[in-house]
Design a protein around this ligand. Structure first.
Ligand SMILES: [Zn+2]
Length: 73
């Protein structure tokens, strides 16, 4: 897999990413597996993990302004 921005190699990594849901709520997903570019800040989430992210986001249906979820949990 190569970076679509700079063409460098993408490496598997885990990171914490914020996802905005609704107008005021932010969900931070921790330890999310991504492909991270070795040269720039570009990253990719593969389809399988993205599907799980969407599942997590749809299950966080509270009024909390900030929710922190571990991806693996
Ligand atoms: Zn890159």
């Amino acid at each position: 897999m190569k970076c679509r921005v700079c063409g460098s190699k993408m490496n598997k990594a885990k990171t914490d990413l914020p996802f905005k849901i609704r107008s005021k709520s932010i969900v931070i997903i921790k330890e999310l597996p991504v492909l991270q570019c070795s040269r720039c800040s570009e990253y990719l989430i593969d389809d399988q993990n993205m599907a799980k992210v969407e599942q997590i986001l749809s299950s966080v249906d509270r009024v909390a302004e900030l929710e922190i979820v571990h991806f693996a949990a």
